[in-house]
Design a protein around this ligand. Structure first.
Ligand code: GTP
Ligand code: MG
Ligand code: ZN
Length: 378
């Protein structure tokens, strides 16, 4: 036992010196960090922590905390009276292998964290139950999911205006992912100052025909200070949102505008294709003055859909309902007779935008399910 303790200690020391070798931002210099009380602790998390404490040998050194930043993989944890960097317990690798699931801490996680005397860094011993978990499949590599943020209530789906047509497919797949993990999607169109009134009306009306009436669409310009109050109203105190969008979409600029100062680094987009340069590299939570918390994140190029059927039917309920009464239960709604989805579309019950996106995403999900499991009969 003593030997294991010694080994863990030396592993911890090594990790601490590695963390110091990488230049991480000094905690004192970080503004806008949410405090422990800004984040919502639910009953399941509280009782899981109590159960963990009851079984722990070092209960006196354990604290409840939230992961509010991940810089190059190093979590920054806030507890009721402290903020510090932390490492994962050595037991994490073992736990994961046994349970066959990845429970490494993500931004937003509520954790049991140990503060051993004489150590600068804390050690995350346990990730407590996640109320929500926003995940995506990593491109290509099969069967591997990346947890982008946890315990978030709202996903702000950011799309830039003024660079050709708004990518409806991108909005639709973001909606599916947000709905699949029980978070509320809100579409935030950025850079409105780059379009003419006519372009703006056209883009907004296409987005609205895609998302339907239940999803809020907010038009913003961080440059002109437009739409900011509306975004703020979607993230009231005590709630937590994550901002999702491609690099260069204006995510960090929007957060800076909401905060009222430049807390986050922003970068130019390439003139040729309006793409960003992956300026944001850390996952960072910021607390809005008088409001809730938002997690900024690096831009994501791809959002592959695999097994998000529930998200698809929550996003397109009228289509899912019609699909349930198509003559063939494997109907692709493209050419089959007795297709209720096409009938509903012809009768004006589904917009062109919604049908087009639904068909493309459903097709992608059929293909990815088959690629993952060739025995699935589609
Ligand atoms: N005209 C205009 N430009 C904007 C606006 N918001 C952001 N930009 C510009 O868009 C570029 C990219 O902005 P960022 O905020 O760094 O984009 P990001 O989404 O955080 O990008 P990553 O961190 O790379 O994922 C910057 O040059 C911003 O100045 C806006 O409202 N209007
Ligand atoms: Mg950014
Ligand atoms: Zn059909």
């Amino acid at each position: 036992m003593a030997k294991r303790g010694q080994k863990n200690q030396s592993v911890r020391k090594r990790r601490e010196s590695r963390a110091q070798a990488i230049t991480l931002p000094a905690i004192d210099a970080l503004r806008d960090l949410p405090s422990f009380g800004d984040l919502r602790l639910d009953d399941a998390q509280r009782s899981a922590f109590e159960a963990f404490l009851a079984a722990s040998e070092n209960a006196g050194e354990m604290h409840l905390g939230f992961v509010v930043r991940l810089d190059r993989g190093y979590p920054l944890v806030v507890t009721a009276d402290d903020a510090f960097r932390a490492e994962h317990a050595v037991s994490f690798a073992k736990q994961d292998a046994e349970k066959d699931e990845c429970l490494l801490p993500a931004v937003g996680d509520c954790v049991a964290v140990r503060r051993a005397p004489g150590h600068d860094m804390g050690v995350i011993e346990r990730v407590l139950p996640r109320r929500t978990s926003f995940e995506r499949w990593r491109g290509r590599s099969r069967g591997e999911k990346q947890v982008l943020a946890t315990n978030v209530d709202t996903i702000l789906i950011v799309q830039a205006l003024g660079a050709g047509d708004v990518l409806l497919d991108r909005v639709a797949r973001s909606l599916v992912l947000a709905n699949d993990c029980h978070t509320t999607p809100i579409v935030v169109l950025t850079k409105a100052d780059r379009c003419s009134q006519e372009e703006l009306e056209r883009d907004v009306s296409r987005v609205r025909s895609l998302v339907g009436e239940k999803v809020r669409v907010i038009v913003t310009s961080s440059a002109a200070g437009e739409g900011l109050d509306e975004v703020r109203s979607c993230v009231p105190a005590g709630t937590c949102a994550m901002i999702l969008g491609e690099s260069g979409a204006g995510k960090s600029t929007l957060l800076n505008a909401l905060l009222g100062h430049d807390a986050l680094a922003t970068g130019e987009v390439r003139e040729r294709d309006d793409k960003g340069r992956h300026t944001t590299v850390a996952r960072v939570m910021v607390k809005l003055p008088g409001g809730g918390t938002i997690a900024d994140a690096p831009g994501l190029r791809s959002l592959p859909l695999v097994g998000h059927e529930r998200g698809l039917s929550v996003t397109f309920p009228e289509i899912a309902e019609a699909a349930g009464v198509c003559r063939f239960n494997d109907c692709t709604h493209v050419h089959e007779p007795g297709c209720e989805v096409r009938a509903l579309h012809a009768a004006g019950g589904i917009s062109d935008e919604r049908l087009r996106c639904y068909l493309a995403l459903a097709q992608e999900m059929r293909a990815s399910a088959q690629a993952l499991d060739p025995d699935v009969v589609i």
